[in-house]
Design a protein. Structure first.
Length: 279
């Protein structure tokens, strides 16, 4: 095994990243299973001791989710309806043991096409805040995720957390797998919408995961929903054009596309139901 660093401050962690190539470790729920058959000789930067990088807080016009925030933290927090979709996703990331240690930032850095958190975060317009020894920069989550297991994070950078614009909106998350829990998604959908006083949608965001190399937003559908009452009949097959599903051991491409269409329609129906209850 190579070098194993456990810095006690963010400054020390960023200095270490600036000086050598390191693999960042937080919850480890993606890291360790990937090394069962082959354990590379790598230097590890364990960031679990870094202070102030866990918890969810409102900061002005945005919500701040630091990098060590776990899925259990998200699932159990008292958050507005804007976050209901992300919380629904949090409750389906593995089992309770995984949720207690797996981090939100680790989920996006692993960059799996089937990462449960990504569609919900895309629907919330999440931004990724990265830091290095010389400063910080912010990317949209869509720009941060470049492909399967590939992100825009440089070797000298650490993901500090995610920033989500505050909004009076509602969201939902739906997932299809071979069983209800502890399963990799065949398809998943998250949708978020803000509503006018008469119940019409004034802003919609819909994202689909596990059906393309990176989870994808559906801009044509978002435009079609805007100004309308939420109705599953508004969702048409051509709205799924950004998707590029594949055949694999879990499902065929054709089945994935069909499942995604049904899940998107159910997500719109769920938003309609949530708005009706609120009204």
């Amino acid at each position: 095994m190579g070098l194993y660093l456990t810095p006690a401050s963010l400054e020390a962690a960023l200095d270490a990243l600036a000086s050598q190539r390191l693999t960042v470790l937080a919850g480890g729920t993606d890291h360790f299973p990937a090394r069962v058959l082959h354990a590379p000789d790598e230097a590890i930067l364990d960031i679990t001791r870094l202070p102030g990088l866990r918890g969810i807080a409102r900061q002005g016009n945005a919500w701040w989710l630091p990098c060590l925030t776990t899925w259990a933290d998200i699932a159990e927090a008292r958050l507005p309806p804007l976050f209901h979709g992300l919380q629904q996703a949090a409750r389906q990331v593995g089992g309770a043991q995984v949720q207690n240690v797996a981090t939100l930032a680790g989920n996006i850095c692993n960059a799996s096409p089937a990462a449960d958190g990504v569609p919900a975060l895309l629907a919330l317009d999440a931004e990724v805040v990265l830091a290095c020894a010389t400063g910080e920069r912010t990317l949209t989550l869509q720009d941060f995720l470049r492909g399967p297991r590939e992100t825009a994070r440089r070797p000298d950078e650490l993901v500090l957390g995610l920033r989500i614009p505050a909004a009076d909106a509602r969201s939902c998350f739906l997932k299809l797998g071979a069983r209800a829990y502890l399963v990799i998604s065949i398809a998943m959908v998250s949708a978020a919408a803000a509503f006018a006083g008469d119940g019409r949608i004034v802003r919609a965001r819909v994202a689909v995961g596990a059906c393309s190399p990176v989870a994808a937003r559906l801009p044509a559908l978002e435009a079609a929903l805007t100004g309308q009452f939420p109705d599953p009949a508004l969702v048409r097959p051509e709205h799924l054009a950004p998707l590029a599903p594949i055949d694999d051991i879990r499902a065929s491409a054709a089945y994935r596309r069909h499942a995604a269409l049904e899940l998107v329609r159910r997500a719109v129906a769920a938003l309609a139901e949530a708005q009706a209850v609120a009204a």
